[in-house]
Design a protein around this ligand. Sequence first.
Ligand code: ZN
Length: 354
Amino acid sequence: MDPPNEFGRFHRQIILPGFSQQAQQRLRDSHALVVGCGALGCASVDALVRAGVGRLTIVDRDTVEPTNLQRQSLFTDDDARRGVPKAQAAAQRVRAIDPTTVVRGWVDDFRSDNAISYSEGANIIIDGLDNFETRYLLNDLALTREIPYVYCGAVGFEGMTFSILPGDGPCLRCLFPEPPAVGVAPTCDRAGVFGPAVAVAAGFAMSRAIGILAGVTHAHDRDLISFDLARGAMRTTALDAAARVSDCVACVQRKFEFLDGSRASQTTTLCGRNAVQVRPASPGTVDLNELATRLAVHGTFTVESGRLRGELRGEPTREGGCYELTLFEDGRAIVRGSTEPSDARRIYTKYVGL
Ligand SMILES: [Zn+2]
């Protein structure tokens, strides 16, 4: 039996080396912002609520789908059948795990124009994202608001995580100055994702996040960790002050291009066409033939006259039809099937990659 005090539920954590009732109280007084509640977001939210983080804000634009259930651990078959928004399903699950946790789930696109208001009062920013553009936005947000940001990514059998502590060590743009060009980075919808890779990445990431919030640190907390479960390989790279780039655009020059909106992707509703144009923030040259091959499992795509075109099967529109994707070599796309910019951005992120 746990001892009968208010920390009874957390007894096995409190007795760990470095932890204490004071550390537990710090967790109770903490507020975590989780941006994106797919597989990484689910694993992170689950770890944070069970560790005793007192307040959680979850932002996600998507609804639960059957193909999420293989790895998105907060959701159920019923959530998928009813198409419940992920932020709402996650918040409901958090309340079921610990009713004393204060949780808000927001069904929204996390953008430069709402990032600051969602980060109000947050002590840490957790990356549960599926796209690079929003990660660069989180980096700007973390540096501007001086909030630690835990980067986390997983695709295929691989994953990577590291922490960005504003004013102490490198930021995301010191390590990766520019996001990958459009269509280059693999996405979970094109390359697949192994559930255990999510668990390992989120495990390392939440170990850092809980440590930062509780004030419990370990020698290698600042390392960048990358792993490949298919090869049984893991690499750690020390991210000390030397990893900081002396002329970094973000943390040294303090140009926050992703937060001020100058590097945000643009969406334009095409009136009368039931379509939205997506123009990525970092245009590049997309290999349309290669992308058509990768997308073949999701529909029939053809490439001609410098554009890729096809219908996405298994991705119903709000009216129950099919989305049609037209992608040009410079990364510009027209998503037909909705007039909602958030729908077009979601389709683009999943099938092309931002
Ligand atoms: Zn930097």
